[in-house]
Design a protein around this ligand. Structure first.
Ligand code: AMP
Length: 593
């Protein structure tokens, strides 16, 4: 399959042709918009492709900056999608309108090729409410004001490239990805999903950029209007185009020029470097705190890839996190192709990786994946409806914990078998104690495990007064500590989680759905009169499993599914069906040349 990727930006149009069968780049070009305008610039794409002999195009991928709340994945472009991108244009005035010209060009010159929009915001759809909500009036939030984030395609690529380099699953890594170019943003990626990012409702918030200010006090609007009689448009225009490195250095936005001037004792250039580095370091510290730690710090973008001294400036004083840069490795980085060198010292707890971002290639991959999933959805291959079970709060214990809570030599007593092979409820219960309250008589499930795990609903975390992460069962690293109480004693243990909603399935079912272990899917639960769609449902595959979706009591209440709400797992009369699949593959291999 040959995919044309069009990345229509505010000042230039980049386009490439990829062969997905051989995973190679066939053609790559960039045209400045200049004075001829978007339409005329984009009309040069077919001319350039014909001249290069690239006459076969099977599908087209478009980079679209803002997808709002609606677009959480790559999407086939139709009239409704075009209208929605237009509606979102005020939130990305420099980027959404050019993307629409790109789509129009695709429709005119390749009317038979499917056109897929890949949104910069989509990767950040997983950011939790505490991180994407602004503390502003409800009416504003209802009007769409929230953190969306951008550079999602780049941060996702960096995540996958880092995991590949470390031969690890993205699900086992906490990554802070720094995209430092003319536009700049940081992203906290916790076990494969974006949990926070520095850009906000627009691409203005966060880091210092080429000509954008990044964070400022929102109070400046009123202050500047009153003191300098500036209009909102004038202030906004200056924040986008006359701020950032350009304003601080007085030398324009080219980091090379600013670094040279700083070395020659230009105080403005020196201040520009210090402000840029300080802001980036501050975000890195904040995101390490947000994730409860960090395993990898990654640099990409023109500055992140090329400026050893800026990487050094940013990393200095992060030793308290266990980050120790290797000066020689940092200075000798020369990126070529897919290189992703590590530049930390051997004893550094945080790995530091530098890599070129590959947004175009990532867009081609998203398009290819989207079309492959569509092709697989033949009616005769549709798998059966999935039974839904509601899992109330429960506890898994180690044998040592059983003895601490119920007495030396005590073994759990089986009460009844659960639907998943080998799992059962025990007669024993414990009290779960947090700083604010107690959940009494929580059922213990058997058999014993290698680590303790306490599964409660999000509502119950407030009963306890402890914030708990959403995790797949068994993933208890870095989880909060609480107290368990049994008849024979008390025990302090970590392992508190809110279980990620999930579907158990056998490999044959997974094959029919076209899914791999730990993929995330969207699922509709039919519970008349209300059908509810759950997103980000994790897929768990094992030959021992029985096809079943598990949700917790909060989720069952939201979907109006009646359940016992007590003790353990209740099979309901409801069934779920898959509506969309968003595979999160564990390891990413590519051989783009
Ligand atoms: P991007 O928007 O990702 O193309 O990045 C553009 C930024 O990268 C500009 O500020 C450039 O000055 C900067 N940049 C490119 N090459 C270098 C380099 N060798 N050293 C420092 N900064 C660089």
């Amino acid at each position: 399959m040959r995919i044309l990727v069009i990345n229509a930006g505010s000042s230039s149009v980049k386009f490439s042709v990829f062969d997905m069968d051989t995973q190679t780049t066939r053609f790559k070009h960039e045209i400045e918009i200049g004075t001829i305008g978007f339409k005329a610039t984009l009309a040069q794409i077919p001319v350039a492709l014909v001249e290069a002999g690239e006459t076969r195009i099977d599908a087209i991928g478009h980079r679209v900056a803002h997808g709002g709340e609606h677009f959480r994945d790559a999407t086939l472009v139709d009239d409704d999608v075009i209208a929605a991108i237009e509606v979102l244009a005020p939130l990305a005035p420099l980027h959404n309108p050019p993307a629409l010209y790109g789509i129009e060009t695709g429709r005119i010159y390749w009317p038979n090729a499917p056109q897929i929009a890949v949104f910069d915001t989509a990767f950040h759809a997983s950011i939790p409410a505490c991180a994407h909500t602004y503390a502003v009036p409800q009416a504003w939030r209802k009007a769409g004001l929230r953190r969306y984030g951008f550079h999602g395609t780049s941060h996702k690529y960096v995540m996958e490239r880092v995991a590949q380099e470390l031969k690890a699953s993205t699900r086992d890594l906490r990554i802070i990805s720094c995209h430092l170019g003319n536009g700049a943003s940081v992203c906290a990626i916790d076990r494969g999903v974006s949990v926070d990012t520095s850009m906000g409702v627009t691409a203005l918030e966060g880091l210092v950029m080429g000509s954008r200010s990044g964070d400022v006090d929102p109070g400046i609007f009123g202050y500047l209007q009153r003191s300098l009689a500036l209009s909102i448009d004038e202030i906004e225009n200056a924040l986008y185009h006359e701020s950032g490195l350009t304003a601080l250095s007085g030398l324009g936005n080219d980091m090379r020029r600013i670094e040279t001037a700083a070395a020659e004792a230009d105080p403005q250039a020196q201040l520009a470097l210090n402000v840029f580095a300080y802001r980036a370091r501050k975000y890195i510290g904040a995101y390490a705190a947000a994730m409860g730690g960090c395993d990898v710090l990654a640099f990409t973008g023109g500055i992140g890839e090329n400026s050893a001294s800026m990487r050094r400036r940013i990393c200095d004083r992060l030793e308290f996190l266990g980050l120790y840069l290797d000066e020689d490795r940092n200075s000798s980085v020369k990126l070529d192709g897919f290189a992703a060198p590590q530049i930390q010292q051997p004893h550094s707890r945080i790995r530091v990786i530098v890599t070129q971002t590959r947004e175009q290639w990532m867009i081609a991959k998203e398009v290819h994946r989207f079309l492959s999933v569509q092709a697989d959805k033949r009616p005769d291959q549709l798998p059966p409806a999935i039974p839904v079970a509601v899992s109330a709060h429960h506890v898994h214990l180690t044998q040592a914990s059983v003895e601490a809570l119920f007495g030396a030599g005590c073994q759990l007593t089986k009460q009844r078998d659960l639907s998943q092979a080998g799992a059962w409820t025990a007669v024993e219960t414990v009290n779960v104690i947090g700083p604010r309250g107690i959940i009494r008589s929580v059922r213990v499930l058997g058999p014993c495990r290698r680590s303790n795990q306490i599964e409660v609903s999000a509502t119950e975390t407030f009963t306890l007064g402890i914030e708990a992460p959403v995790r797949i069962s068994g993933d208890t690293a870095d989880t909060p500590t609480l107290t368990l109480e049994g008849p024979a004693g008390r025990l302090q243990t970590n392992g508190l989680i809110v279980a990620q909603r999930h579907i158990h399935m056998q490999p044959e079912d997974a094959k029919r759905f076209g899914l791999a272990d730990r993929d995330l899917v969207d699922v509709a639960i039919d519970s008349p009169p209300r059908t509810t769609v759950f997103r980000d449902v994790a897929v768990r595959i094992d030959p021992q499993f029985k096809l079943e979706m598990h949700i917790d009591t909060d989720e069952a209440n939201a979907a109006a599914i009646s359940h016992g709400g007590d003790g353990d797992l209740m099979l309901t009369l409801c069934h779920a069906r898959l509506t969309a699949c968003k595979p999160v593959r564990n390891i990413f291999i590519t051989t783009e040349s």
